[in-house]
Design a protein around this ligand. Structure first.
Ligand code: NDP
Length: 449
């Protein structure tokens, strides 16, 4: 693990002391602080203005009870969260995650990352995240609806198009956003489209939002390749996960000439040397809410389902971890290096453990962090907010072109910033510093609030 600058050690120690047991949050803070040594050396105002200490403390944290009634008439109980982390650049913005692993530490790690990601997009959005320990898996549509209605019955008082704008994340897709928006509209008696993003196309949603995180991930990697005079052409790619991010990353890699030979879910992974059939994957996952084992069964002879082990055993030239946090560990990184992988770019948030990141960077594997790579989702959400504010609706082609430009500009900012601070080609340093300085400057300008 890298060391921290002497000015940053007390900041990190305070975070650990004030937020006991929140290991993912500590990990996310440390990962950012490790890049900031040269910045605080050059700009003492950030230390004197206590910007870092203030940045690590959320502006507001909301925890609430979510009671609901299941199909059997039993009362169920979950916990809801919204952490409004930083609004120096714009209204709080970030997704909601419904997964049994959700607790305050996960929401805070995601909210903290979101501040820098949103800043990198260059769009006027602050950072937030929320969710619940509710598990939508195996629940009927009616149960998911009742849960979402109860969740929104508390959350509605904290959000709004100028205040806080939630969206989807793990376990929250178009269906959940529909139920959440419906309840918000009913309680407030306002058709305030810009309050939630990821809406359906027929009722205020933006074209390309569904595809944006996966497509944006691939646009970012395309820039990484282009910077070295290379392209996706003929490359073997492994994408973990098979949810929203993974599916559209797979689709775009294949459109750009690469071959995705493996993807996964929490039950195992599929190797398909002829290339994953993305239309079949969408059918199995989105329409039937099925498993990778179902995909393998329907795909037939070319696909092999592996229920144990790690997807990172599959040799590839490009790896796009797109499932969940800490899914690619030191052993996986060593395997990827041994198998000749040249690029690891994070489609998910913090999927690579600190140990794995160290191995990859020392082995000179090009490594790009999620806050830059997967920023296309939130950037397109901000484009959805723009369309809602102007009562407009853009075409698919125009929106996709905007997304591609935004990803190219994030890539450029990362490289320029890394150069400026003496770490040429280092995407971690570039993303952290570029994301941080814009927020920090705004915080100084806005005074001690
Ligand atoms: P989804 O819920 O749509 O999909 C998550 C996928 O990851 C599922 O296939 C899930 O499988 C799989 N998964 C979860 N845990 C594991 C595991 N331990 N091993 C293997 N597979 C696993 O979520 P998204 O695609 O939306 O999100 C994926 C990641 O991308 C998250 O880190 C999220 O924060 C990040 N992200 C998402 C954005 C978005 O716009 N959606 C924007 C930016 C980042 P299973 O069904 O078995 O659980």
């Amino acid at each position: 693990m890298s060391t921290l600058d002497e000015h940053l050690i007390p900041v990190f120690e305070e975070v650990v002391a004030r937020n006991p047991g929140e290991t993912e949050f500590h990990q996310a803070v440390r990962e950012v602080l490790e890049s900031l040594g040269p910045v605080v050396a050059k700009h003492p105002a950030y230390v004197n203005g206590e910007v870092l200490r203030r940045l690590c403390e959320p502006e507001r944290q909301i925890i609430f009870r979510v009671p609901w009634v299941d199909d059997g008439g039993r009362i169920q109980l979950n916990r809801g969260f919204r952490v409004e982390f930083n609004s120096a650049l714009g209204p709080f913005k970030g997704g909601l995650r419904f997964h049994p692993s959700v607790y305050l530490g996960i929401v805070k790690f995601l909210g903290f990352e979101q501040i820098f990601k949103n800043s990198l997009t260059g769009l006027p959005i602050g950072g937030a995240k929320g969710g619940s320990d509710f598990d939508p898996k195996g629940r009927s549509d009616a149960e998911v609806m009742r849960f979402c209605q109860s969740f929104m019955t508390e959350l509605y008082r904290h959000i709004g198009e100028y205040t806080d704008v939630p969206a989807g994340d793990i376990g929250v897709g178009g269906r959940e956003i529909g139920y959440l928006f419906g309840q918000y509209k009913r309680i407030t008696n306002r058709y305030e489209s810009g309050t939630l993003t990821g809406k359906g196309l027929g009722w205020g949603g933006a074209r390309v939002r569904t595809e944006a995180t996966g497509y944006g991930t691939v646009f970012f990697v395309k820039e990484m390749l282009a910077a070295r005079g290379d392209s996706f052409d003929g490359k073997r790619v492994v994408v973990s996960g098979s949810g929203n991010v993974a599916i559209y990353a797979i689709e775009k890699v294949q459109q750009r000439g690469g071959r995705v030979i493996a993807c996964s879910d929490s039950g195992g992974y599929v190797v398909d040397e002829t290339g994953i059939d993305v239309e079949l994957l969408k059918l199995v996952k989105n329409e039937h809410r099925g498993r990778m084992s179902d995909y393998a069964e329907r795909r037939g002879a070319t696909a092999r389902f592996v229920s144990a082990g790690s997807i990172w055993e599959v040799p590839c030239e490009i790896a796009l971890p797109s499932a969940t946090q800490n899914e690619l560990n030191g052993t996986d990184a060593r395997r990827l290096i041994a198998n000749g992988c040249g690029i690891v770019a994070e489609g998910a948030n913090m999927p690579t453990t600190p140990e794995a990141v160290d191995f990859l960077r020392h082995a000179e594997v090009l490594f790009a962090p999620g806050k830059a790579v997967n920023a296309g989702g939130v950037a397109t959400s901000a484009l959805e907010m723009q369309q809602n504010a102007s009562r407009d609706s853009w075409s698919f082609g125009y929106t996709e072109a905007r997304l591609e430009e935004i990803m190219a500009s994030i890539h450029q900012r990362c490289l320029e910033t890394a150069d400026e601070y003496g770490s040429p080609g280092d995407y971690v340093v570039g993303a952290n510093i570029a994301g941080f300085t814009q927020v920090a400057d705004a915080m100084l300008a806005l005074g001690v609030i």
